[in-house]
Design a protein around this ligand. Structure first.
Ligand code: 13P
Ligand code: SF4
Length: 308
């Protein structure tokens, strides 16, 4: 089948199954176009908790589809490639994490949404990069906090809030590998370019950034800011929406140090063909043990309540 035939068939299947497609900003442009909703991790979880569909097809990675299933356990949640994981989520092993939090018994456990269901079940509150500061500030001053798994986001919010935290040493391979040297090279050729970065980037990138924020925050920033050129230090899928909202501006993807590009290989495992196959066969489906769902849902609901 040709690309346009897949698109037509997906639209038909969506109607037949009463399905919606939720896509993250790091998906390819064709997938962002076919999605019913495109957003960051927070907006996607809010949408997953509140929609009329019977089936949610998640164009994103596994922890996102799992969050959708936890929030809507009565719905069928599909992930077109079950291997679409996340290096950051993988950097926090549940057995090791359990031992870690046992060392700090009087601490509130805040975990970033990029985690497995098991880690969520061990947490008190979930956060995303958009609401991490707000969630930490909602806790009384002096409250002892464990933050996991991203050391970069953890250090960033600790600095922004002035709160000391015990931080797990995990990271995302895509953001960690964004090259400071290459950014500086681009800046030499394009001196008026502003550097905008995701908080998952390491400290050296965050230090030179003109603006730091979640994917949604970066999108809002380039919409209102007066500059015309930006070096975008995050997964370049987000540039598709940036170009759509501000077509006259120039966006340069920050290059990677070791990889040929700064794309997330997990996000890019989802394709239009896989979406079609998945909707047709209604699998791979996300199935999570009920007991685990009941534990993991509580910290996610706390996050949603604190984000409103
Ligand atoms: P956002 O919540 O900012 O969309 O980030 C998700 C993610 O996986 C970043 O790598
Ligand atoms: Fe995970 Fe990094 Fe990919 Fe985001 S970009 S999904 S944190 S591996």
């Amino acid at each position: 089948m040709k690309q346009e035939d897949y698109v037509t068939e997906i639209k038909k299947l969506k109607k037949e199954r009463n399905a919606i497609i939720l896509a993250h900003y790091y998906q390819t442009s064709d997938i962002q176009e076919i999605a019913d909703f495109v957003g960051d991790s927070l907006a996607l979880s809010q949408k997953a908790a509140d929609n009329e569909a019977d089936v949610i097809l998640f164009a994103g990675v596994k922890f996102m589809a799992e969050t959708a299933k936890i929030l809507s356990p009565q719905k069928k949640v599909l992930l077109p490639d079950i291997e679409a994981g996340c290096s950051l989520a993988d950097s926090c092993d549940p057995k090791e994490f359990k031992k870690f939090i046992e060392k700090y018994p009087d601490h509130t456990v805040i975990t970033y949404i990029n985690t497995s269901v098991e880690i969520k079940a061990l947490s008190n509150i979930i956060c995303t990069s958009l609401n991490a500061k707000k969630i930490i500030e909602s806790l009384p001053k002096g409250e002892k906090i464990i933050f996991a798994p991203d050391i970069n986001l953890g250090n960033y919010v600790s600095l922004r809030t002035g709160r000391e935290m015990v931080i797990w040493d995990g990271a995302c391979h895509v953001h960690e590998d964004i090259s400071l040297e290459e950014i500086l090279n681009i800046k030499e050729k394009e001196p008026s370019a502003k550097i905008i970065a995701h908080p998952e980037c390491n400290a050296s990138i965050r230090m030179i950034a003109d603006f730091i924020g979640s994917t949604t925050a970066l999108l809002k920033y380039i919409e209102t800011d007066k500059n015309m050129i930006y070096i975008v230090a995050t997964e370049p899928g987000v540039i598709y929406q940036m170009k759509k909202t501000r077509p006259k501006k120039k966006f340069i993807a920050a290059p990677s140090l070791h990889f040929s590009h700064s794309e997330c290989n997990f996000m890019k495992m989802i394709t239009i063909k896989k979406i079609y196959d998945c909707l047709k066969k209604e699998k791979p489906e996300i199935i999570i043990d009920e007991n685990l769902v009941n534990k993991a849902v509580k910290p996610i609901i706390r996050m949603l309540e604190l984000s409103n």
